[in-house]
Design a protein. Structure first.
Length: 187
């Protein structure tokens, strides 16, 4: 049984696309969040979306001056990319009429904390991202790769990240690796 309602998602995608073609201003967004420092590096974030109030906390480890009240900013960053990519992969499945029994995405990176602490030889930012996607589906691997490419081209956060650092893909379809763009030594 598919975990994606292809008909509903495909309809929503095409309906919004048609609306945006006739009124481009309908797609102009100004997302925001508001943060408040609670203590040391512990931060509270709040915003309104879908006419609902959302609040969550970001923090760091105790040894980094935090209180561990919430995930680190890096985990939120990686989660945001993963949420966006999963959504676009799901939309791709719906548009291509691909049924999916399961889909899991791990987003990994490498960060040298020496850069944050003033070592000019070490970059401050993550060096690369790996999107490790695992899909269970009766669709042929070519169709799965088509869906992956479609989602990679449309996800705003994935495209943004790929403009900043190298992004590598590992795609596993029904327990068989069907794409692996990682260079030697990057896991």
């Amino acid at each position: 049984m598919s975990i994606i309602n292809n008909e509903k998602l495909r309809h929503n995608y095409h309906k919004l696309g048609e609306r945006l073609k006739s009124d481009g201003s309908a797609g102009l967004m100004h997302p925001y969040v508001s943060t408040r420092l609670i203590q040391d590096v512990s931060v509270e974030c709040s915003f309104v979306q879908y006419e609902k109030n959302y609040t969550f906390h970001g923090d760091e480890a105790v040894e980094r001056g935090g209180h561990e009240r919430g995930p680190s900013p890096m985990r939120y960053f990686l989660s945001g990319i993963a949420f966006c990519m999963q959504g676009w992969y799901a939309k791709g499945c719906a548009v291509a009429a691909v049924d999916v029994e399961s889909m899991r995405l791990d987003v990994r990176t490498f960060l040298d904390m020496r850069g944050e602490h003033g070592d000019e030889q070490s970059p401050v930012y993550p060096q690369w991202l790996i999107f490790d996607l695992r899909i269970e589906s009766h669709a042929p691997k070519e169709k799965i790769l088509e869906v992956v490419d479609w989602g990679n081209a449309r996800c705003p956060l994935g495209v943004f990240a790929a403009r900043a650092v190298p992004v590598y893909h590992q795609v596993t379809h029904n327990d068989a690796v069907v794409r692996d763009t990682r260079p030697e030594g990057i896991e």
